[in-house]
Ligand binder design. Sequence first.
Ligand SMILES: Nc1ncnc2c1ncn2[C@@H]1O[C@H](COP(=O)(O)OP(=O)(O)O)[C@@H](O)[C@H]1O
Ligand SMILES: [Mg+2]
Length: 294
Amino acid sequence: MKALAEDAHVPVMMVTAFGDFETMRQSAECGADGFISKPADLRELALRVETMIRTKRVVDELYAKNRELEELGRFKESLLSMTAHDLKGPLTGIRGFAELTLHKLEDPQELKELMHDILLISSYMGNLLENLLNLSLIRSGSLELDIVPVALKTVVEESLRLLKYELQGRKLELRLEDMQVAADRGRLRRVFVNLLGNAVKFSPPEKPIHVTTRRSDGFAQVLIRDEGIGIPRSLLPRLFEPFYRAARKEIRSVPGSGLGLHIARCIIERHGGRIEVKSRVGLGSLFTFTIPLS
Ligand SMILES: Nc1ncnc2c1ncn2[C@@H]1O[C@H](COP(=O)(O)OP(=O)(O)O)[C@@H](O)[C@H]1O
Ligand SMILES: [Mg+2]
């Protein structure tokens, strides 16, 4: 019976006509939590059942806490291994490029390109650290928003400036309506940086990236579209989970930590908005989110 119930921790009371010690011992060995011999006093039976229910509640709580702790442990492990792994790559890159510059001091053009690569990697590391910081605030429930009226266009421009190395040489199609939103400026920039960063990473350099903002039912609606590799439909449901990176050969060489979309969604939802994705493999992806108008 206990084996059948498995995770439910069902307490079992043995009610039997055999009141001897041997029967008691056997039933305890088989997993019974209580024992009462017939004819049973109904009041005693009720009292025992009540005690068992109380114990079961405590046991259930303990198991739930235990599961929570296990989940937290796994989360911390992924965080640690991800961070170590993700910071090692770019650091090696920076060191390599910096060493190369020492040998290229006479060639200004090559020097410029190497410096650009260093700045690009630093920008990547900066964004990763920002995401980690946001994640820790989200997990501890202390992500505070400083909501003020802000021009959406300005936030887009600031985000593009933050991504200037990533966006170099990329074609942007901007259709931005003038409007004020009620938002935390820094956090909203983070959403743009994460979504635009993905559009850059997951589409070929010759393809444009489209950013459109428009009004819709008291909200500002933002559409970020790329013409890149797209996302298989089966992977869409898990896309916003922390640390989720689609298991696809196409993205194996693309650096990332699987935090960007999770953080974007948390920030948008905390503003009272929504984020969704539509995508077709080989054609591109469209991320749409809303933010309340001020
Ligand atoms: N614009 C996009 N085109 C194709 N795939 C995307 C796009 N944006 C996100 N993805 C997929 O979703 C995953 C999770 O994205 P994200 O949370 O930003 O993590 P990361 O960029 O660090 O991999 C990515 O690894 C990628 O597989
Ligand atoms: Mg990303």
